[in-house]
Design a protein around this ligand. Structure first.
Ligand code: KG4
Ligand code: ZN
Length: 337
């Protein structure tokens, strides 16, 4: 089954065709980054206007690259939650119109579940596995029991990990978006130039919850306080020290979650899953089978939407045409510990 997947939840206008949930025939990502760069962040009104202007062309490119015509599309999937409402609506309305015209099934897909699923297109793991979603909007550690059943163990209590990368980069003038730039600067930096504190694992109800606001404040407002006194205060050294601590905070919770659940498999997803230090730390986990999305499947893309959609469609599940978009996170109810 050839599924067309549309993703317009934020600043990437992306359309893919995935066959039977595993063969990516095309995955076109038209990024709006350059058009948001003057504002050092995503401007929702600009995002939705550009999606409206671009979507038809991006769909056409995805079909062309897959050597298909519209008649070959067997189902249409779209991110319908969560995200920027105006941006989501562009994709959702386009997808519904397209599916109705072609008289093929339509399905709305949860963006968070799709990030957690992305690695499974290329590197399927047996369920259950520990899911680690690290993106600009979310940090989630969860037990993934099936493509549709997720037990959230810990989540962002303030800034998401990608948001912390972006805000640190913005404050220090490294550029936008911050994640990739910090990753690159850190390659040539001393990770011990600044000894930033990480929050200790919380006792009580939510030991896997994750906070980045303390680290962000330290890197932005209290740099001198954590300086080792010798290494130069260069962007490279700030980036490497921040990245070491940010990844360390996450790894500590991941190790605890693996230990407490006894899970032996882990799948990462989301933009920050492209981070080189995080990838190498996850690979070092002993006795754990780790799946990562390839770089293009880490950040927002239509292939993860079409890939996950296939699982639902194969089980006979689709969405009614009165399905709408929602900005809110509805995928998870915390059920751990
Ligand atoms: O998954 P994504 O494209 O969008 C959301 O759903 O949020 O993630 C975007 C986030 C941004 O915060 C960006 O700075 C971060 O992923 N990011 C990275 C890297 N590449 C992208 N963060 C750290 N290291 C990277 N290499
Ligand atoms: Zn995303």
């Amino acid at each position: 089954m050839k599924v067309l997947g549309i993703e317009t939840s934020c600043d990437e206008c992306s359309v893919a065709v995935v066959e039977d949930g595993k063969h990516i025939l095309s995955n076109v990502v038209a990024t709006q980054i350059a058009l948001h760069t003057p504002y050092q962040g995503v401007v929702p009104e600009i995002a939705s206007r550009l999606h409206t202007e671009w979507i038809s062309q991006v769909v056409q490119s995805a079909l062309d690259q897959a050597s298909m015509t519209v008649k070959d599309v067997e189902a249409v999937a779209v991110t319908n939650r969560p995200g920027l409402l105006g941006a989501l609506l562009v994709g959702v309305n386009f997808a519904k119109g397209f599916a109705a015209t072609l008289d093929v099934p339509f399905i709305g897909i949860d963006h968070i579940r799709a990030h957690l699923y992305a690695s499974q297109i290329e590197q399927p793991l047996e369920y259950p596995y520990l899911g680690v979603l690290v993106s600009g909007g979310h940090t989630v550690i969860c037990k993934v029991n099936s493509y549709d059943e997720i037990d959230v163990m810990g989540t962002t209590i303030d800034d998401a990990i990608g948001e912390a990368f972006d805000k640190v980069a913005k404050h220090h003038g490294f550029g936008y978006p911050g994640g990739v730039i910090i990753d690159r600067l850190a390659q040539n930096g001393d990770p011990l130039a600044f000894l930033f504190p990480g929050p200790s694992l919380q006792k009580g109800d939510h030991p896997y919850d994750i906070s980045y606001s303390g680290l962000k404040t330290a890197v932005i407002n209290q740099l001198d306080q954590f300086w080792n006194g010798t290494s130069p205060k260069t962007p490279e050294n700030i980036a490497a020290s921040f990245q070491r601590t940010a990844v360390g905070i996450l790894m500590k919770r991941i190790r605890k979650a693996l230990e407490d659940t006894g899970l032996t498999r882990l799948a990462a997803g989301g933009g920050v899953a492209a981070n080189s230090l995080l990838r190498s730390e996850l690979k070092k986990l002993e006795g754990i089978e780790v799946a990562f999305p390839s770089m293009k499947l880490c950040t927002d893309n239509g292939a993860m939407i079409a890939g996950l959609a296939y699982r639902y469609l194969a089980d006979g599940i689709s969405s009614p045409l009165d399905t709408t978009a929602s900005a809110r996170v509805t995928a998870f109810k915390k059920s751990y510990p």
